[in-house]
Design a protein around this ligand. Sequence first.
Ligand code: FES
Length: 260
Amino acid sequence: MSDNKFEPSEAAAPGRYRITITEKGPYLVYGRPPLTIERIRLGPRDAGPGFETGAHFEMRTDPTALCRCGASHRKPYCDGTHASTAWDPTLTAPLQPTTAGREVVEGATLTLEDHPRRCTQARFCQAEGDVRSLVGRSSDPDARQRAIHEAGLCPGGRLTARDRQSGEAFEIRYDPSLGLIEAPAAGVSGGLWLRGGIPFGREDGRAYATRNRVVLCRCGRSADKPFCDGTHATVKWHDGLDDATAAPERTAAPAAGAKR
Ligand code: FES
């Protein structure tokens, strides 16, 4: 199991970081936050589930435009292809979180909040046993710890484990940063992971709710834009940026600016 630190953490990131989601084009990233490949590791058990950090990508301009349509030839950067490719850029998700569909699972010492709408198909919730089952058995310290770990790793914040007595949420403390999610075991690439409370909003100034863990769509196919809804896994989207995730027939050269 990793040595991630779990602490209450919903504070907003320092003001220099923010993301504007353009109506028909890219993400405009301000403040040059770190941008890295983040690989989902579901095992082996000796290493435990977690993320492995890969290549770092430079933010050479401020703002830097990152691809939102999934079709850029310079991923992760925007190259203007969104203007000539077939995709629907419509931002359909509400600005503020909704409790619609939320489920609460009460265990012996933990409460699990489940927002299925935030699922990004990362699959940590099964990595060391089914998270709901672990919550149910949370009087066992090992089961409790595994449940906290699995819920905390969920990149889009679908799952949150809380201490049942105090109500305190267990969150991994992230520095403000961006991740390009890769899932080598599934051979697919995922969304743009916002960590550490980076604010994001629309061109007209309306802001989405800031959270410690958010995943935005990079493949252009989500039905809940700007958020990733896991469709990348269904359509087997692959960005060609990470050798570990490479689908051989679709491997592409590294994007300009990538440090290996
Ligand atoms: S990146 Fe996950 S649905 Fe587009």
